[in-house]
Write a protein that binds this ligand. Structure first.
Ligand code: PGA
Length: 256
């Protein structure tokens, strides 16, 4: 079956108020409706999830969350479970974002979150990416290890269609001028597919979706679509700016 593109919006801890969230949502909805080959997933902060899910949105638009607990329920103050967000109607969860890893999430914990997401029938978007690149290719080993440990022991049936967002940490939250070059993105995407193939077999690799994230903006998105070999994007700051995000969605939709 033909793979659809997916663009995931990571709003992080933004915007400050529900009204603004609704405005961004509505603007995104208008563009989403016009797309043919692309799904859109908005990941707002938890408090905005329910009010946004009550609004109308097209079939190719979904809501997700930026994180879930590795536990199912119980005495875990401040945590939110996969089942809770699923019961509201969320479809996706970002897992292992570098900003969460920086707060102490290990690959082991991320693996547990992946399992929890699968159990709750929430589609996980696993984030991987190196802090820095070096000539010797140590960053590739780092990425490989992240993938291996985060997916270790998960049943193969869950890995069909697995979505991995490659986000080089050194390029996150900057401008398109500081993003990774489309050629380097292409190489890394191939590398990630190769690793998945080695670990889980060719079919899982072929069916996987690899997204790029880190300073994707209206200015660089088309080049990355053309050269980068990606199945979509994970977009941070530009997803909060309707004009920028709309351009990113339309450019992604050119890939069929
Ligand atoms: P950015 O963030 O688009 O602002 O670089 C991407 C991310 O952290 O997911």
């Amino acid at each position: 079956m033909k793979k659809r593109n997916i663009v995931v919006a990571n709003w992080k801890m933004n915007p400050e108020m529900l009204d603004i969230a609704k405005e961004i949502f509505n603007n995104t909805r208008l563009t989403a409706k016009s797309l043919k080959n692309t799904d859109v997933c908005l990941c707002p902060p938890f408090p905005f999830l329910h009010p946004l899910l009550k609004l109308n949105y097209p079939k190719n638009m979904f809501l997700g969350v930026q994180n879930i607990s590795s536990e199912i329920k119980g005495a875990f103050t401040g945590e939110v479970s996969a089942y809770m967000v699923k019961s509201l109607g969320a479809s996706f969860s970002i897992i292992g974002h570098s900003e969460r890893r920086a707060m102490g999430e290990s690959n082991e914990m991320i693996r547990k979150k992946m399992q929890t997401a699968f159990d709750a029938d929430l589609t996980p978007i696993l984030c991987v990416g190196e802090k820095e690149r070096d000539k010797d290719g140590n960053h590739l080993e780092f990425i490989k290890n992240q993938i291996k440990e985060s997916l270790f022991g998960l049943q193969k049936k869950y890995l069909v269609g697995i979505t991995i967002a490659y986000e080089p940490i050194w390029a996150i939250g900057k401008s398109y001028l500081d993003a990774m070059s489309p050629t380097d993105i292409h190489e890394t995407v191939l590398f990630i597919k190769k690793i998945i193939g080695e670990l889980f077999g060719r079919d899982i690799a072929l069916g996987s979706k690899i997204l790029y994230g880190a300073s994707v903006e209206a200015e660089n998105v088309s080049e990355i679509v053309r050269i980068g070999n990606v199945d979509g994007f994970l977009v941070g700051h530009a997803s909060l700016v309707p004009k920028q995000f709309s351009a990113i969605l339309k450019a992604t939709d050119m890939k069929r």
